[in-house]
Design a protein around this ligand. Structure first.
Ligand code: ADP
Ligand code: MG
Length: 728
């Protein structure tokens, strides 16, 4: 009897309903109350200290040590007024999660007494012993010190009884060891480049921000069932499990009525988010059973990245209160949709203009078109790097699997904007424009309706789609840190805008009229980047063929995709913009490869464990029942038993066959793992894990799932898809 599974099922069915304290009052009355934002700063800081933090946040100026002492003191007073006892530098190492080490506020004084203490030094910098974070060889273990440094652009917040201070994490020699450092540098690079280009249109623009609005998809599963699925527990996904009769084929879950249990969870975690100032606003059921999505109002990208990292943490913690587990893995279940995290990206000026929002006049539309076309040109130039920025072992299951954007990068514009670009291509020529041509073009551009936002046709199969006032990078995985792809977006567009400015200026030097010069360069980009534009079905086989004809890459696996991290083009991009130097970029490449290898390695080990300890024993147990049954028949029927026991005999044989394949495949996989482990570079190892180890997973799973389908339900040890995928 498979006691573990049944005990878990029973626990899941008999659990007590969760009482949650719904907060009193409207969200606006408590939103952000656990954040050291402008209101709290005004209340707890001197004007001088407040202004210095505000300038750091808005203008990127640095904060003097004396001022940092004042800020620390105000922050401490605010935190203590809310019952906080500890503080931590909160950072985003390259493990993909967040890191924190809590320290008490208190400091010993004489006679065994303590006082609460927290000064500018502790606020500004810490030196965690960081030897266990991935560094890609940057930090030798004998020089293990890395340090965290306060990032005043992202506000401090309280979680539990701890004051969390967002920081960057760098090596002792100054190299970036985290996601935030290059992100902040890319924000700066894009600000500079975009502000310069804005000067052609509007002298009042002095700063350009990047904006990000993410959409987080996730699954929920009952915690009791999760706890007896070792594959889910350790790898985040089910390595086994036959498809249930009813999955998502009826499409009855998407945007359906939210199950009560999930709704209670959502209410609870959203409340925590609101206290933390995370503006989550939208929630709905997703396509697969037990799959959901939440999305906030967009924010400045660095804050949005922090908020998403924080959200994932909050969700996991709040889920436990509800006897639920949240699955952020890109593909927890085979046969139903996986989860992504669309990254809606745009640029906004200090004058309040969204640079990717078409305007009302030809002049403002030329400004829009400038940023629009430059973004497309940048994506064309660095499509492979974008692909690399979303590559992970998890996301490989999703990309190109007819449910998510393909592994081919392309841009979707929609019919109207395609027409506008075609018109520019047709009408703008090398020479001077006649007054008539000018009027025509201005008319065309002027026609881009400002209602575009509401009626842009949607194409859900494109990895990078324009959706009216922003680009939506859809290929990002659900568990990813948005900072990776966002750093790349900012960098490639910054580089492109710098090129654009140089080309336009060269024409201006030749006395070409400004609008004409801009249009000429845009036309050139439109022509050059044509192949990246695709309006059709990105899931179709046709597109794969067409993309090949166009010379666009279709890179199905992570080890191959990551090659773009170490191309000459990428090194130059990041170095020229002062975002990552050669060594830092190389280190990131190695870390990404190592992470890939480790993930597949863990999956391989779990797979071998589960078949040896759970699946094969269950199969043998059931087979033994059949053998006894056949023996019994033999006793009663004598030599005639064979006809009567025909079915049982066949099943006994079939079970043996499945077991044999599973066992030999698992053994061969273990052999391949050993060989891969002995290879001498992260790249060779990752490729071996991808090409030699991973293929056995499908083989082993296929036969295990066959066993699940034929074996007595009472004996099967693992919770089944139909039990896990539907919240009760
Ligand atoms: P969907 O893509 O599901 O149709 P919406 O288009 O309404 O949903 O918006 C999805 C996300 O886009 C939200 O997170 C929202 O905050 C974000 N978004 C909207 N405008 C911008 C912008 N200017 N910059 C960045 N993100 C934005
Ligand atoms: Mg979307």
């Amino acid at each position: 009897m498979s006691t573990r599974r049944f005990a878990a099922l029973e626990r899941s069915l008999n659990r007590k309903p969760i009482e949650i304290d719904y907060p009193e009052g409207q969200i606006s009355t408590f939103f952000g109350s656990n954040v050291f934002g402008y209101d709290a700063m005004k209340a707890f800081l001197s004007d001088e200290a407040f202004n210095s933090v505000r300038d750091a946040m808005e203008k990127g100026t640095s904060i003097e040590r004396k001022m940092a002492d004042q800020v620390a003191s105000g922050m401490k007073a605010w935190a203590i007024s809310k019952g906080v006892t500890h503080y931590t530098h909160w950072f985003q190492p390259l493990t993909g999660t967040t890191a924190e080490k809590h320290d008490g506020f208190f400091d010993p004084i004489e006679n065994g007494r303590v006082v609460e203490k927290f000064d500018g030094g502790q606020l500004v910098q810490q030196e965690p012993d960081a030897s266990s974070f991935p560094s890609g060889g940057i930090r030798n273990t004998f020089e293990a010190r890395g340090y965290t440094a306060w990032d005043p652009t992202s506000p401090a917040f309280i979680w539990g009884k701890t004051l969390c201070i967002p920081t960057i994490f760098v090596s002792y020699t100054g190299e970036a060891l985290d996601f935030k450092t290059p992100l902040l540098k890319s924000i700066h690079a894009l600000d500079k480049a975009a502000t310069n280009v804005c000067q052609y249109f509007d002298k009042n623009v002095t700063k350009v921000f990047t904006t990000l609005g993410w959409e987080q998809e996730y699954f929920l599963i009952d915690a009791a069932l999760f706890n007896v699925r070792f594959d889910l527990q350790q790898t985040g996904r089910t390595l086994f499990g036959a498809s249930p009769a009813k999955g998502q084929q009826l499409e009855d879950h998407y945007w359906g009525s939210i199950p009560d249990r999930a709704a209670a969870f959502m209410h609870d975690f959203e409340h925590e988010c609101h206290l933390l100032g995370i503006p989550v606003k939208t929630r709905h059921n997703e396509v697969a059973p037990a799959q959901f999505e939440c999305a906030p109002v967009f924010e400045e990208v660095s804050v949005a990245v922090d908020h998403n990292q924080l959200l994932m943490d909050v969700m996991e913690k709040v889920a436990l209160r509800h006897n639920l587990r949240v699955l952020l893995h890109e593909k927890p279940y085979a046969g139903v949709n996986g989860s992504g995290k669309h990254n809606n990206w745009s640029m906004a000026t200090n004058t309040g203009k969204n640079l990717l929002s078409p305007g009302k006049t030809p002049k403002t539309n030329l400004m829009f078109l400038t940023f629009f076309v430059n973004t497309i040109r940048a994506v064309y130039e660095h499509a492979d790097l974008m692909r690399a920025s979303i590559a992970s072992a998890n996301n490989d299951h999703r990309l190109g699997a007819n449910e998510a954007p393909p592994a081919i990068m392309s841009v979707f514009l929609g019919e109207q904007l395609t027409k506008v670009l075609d018109e520019i291509e047709k009408n703008v020529h090398g020479g001077k424009l006649s007054p008539e041509e000018k009027t025509n073009i201005k008319l065309d551009i002027g026609k881009i309706p400002d209602i575009l936002k509401d009626n842009t046709d949607r194409n859900r199969t494109s990895p990078f789609a324009f959706t009216g006032n922003k680009f939506e990078f859809r290929a990002v995985g659900s568990s990813a840190n948005c900072a990776g792809p966002m750093t790349v977006m900012n960098a490639i567009v910054a580089e492109q805008l710098n090129k654009f400015q140089a080309e336009v200026n060269a024409l201006l030097d030749k006395k070409v009229e400004k609008d004409v010069a801009i249009l000429q360069v845009l036309k050139k980009y439109i022509v050059e980047s044509k192949w990246i534009r695709f309006e059709g079905n990105g899931y179709g086989e046709e597109w794969k063929k067409e993309a090949k004809r166009r010379g666009l890459n279709n890179i199905p696996t992570t080890p191959q995709a990551l090659e773009a991290y170490v191309s000459k083009k990428t090194f130059q991009l990041f170095e020229n913009l002062n975002i990552l130097n050669h060594r830092e970029q190389e280190a990131r490449y190695d870390i990404a490869l190592e992470t890939y290898t480790k993930k597949i390695q863990i999956e391989g080990r779990i797979m071998a464990d589960v078949v040896a300890n759970q699946i094969i024993p269950a199969a043998i147990r059931y087979q033994h029942t059949l053998v006894e049954n056949v023996n019994g028949m033999k006793n009663i029927l004598g030599t005639d038993y064979k006809a009567a026991a025909n079915l049982q005999l066949q099943m006994i044989k079939e079970i043996s066959e499945h077991i044999a394949v599973i066992k030999t495949s698992a053994d061969k996989m273990t052999e391949e793992r050993k060989k891969a482990n002995n290879l001498d570079s992260p790249k060779k190892q990752a490729i071996a894990y991808c090409e030699k180890v991973k293929p056995y997973f499908d083989e082993i799973r296929y036969h295990s799932d066959k066993l699940e389908a034929m074996i007595d339900d009472e004996v099967w040890p693992l919770p089944k898809y139909r039990e896990m995928l539907f919240l009760k």
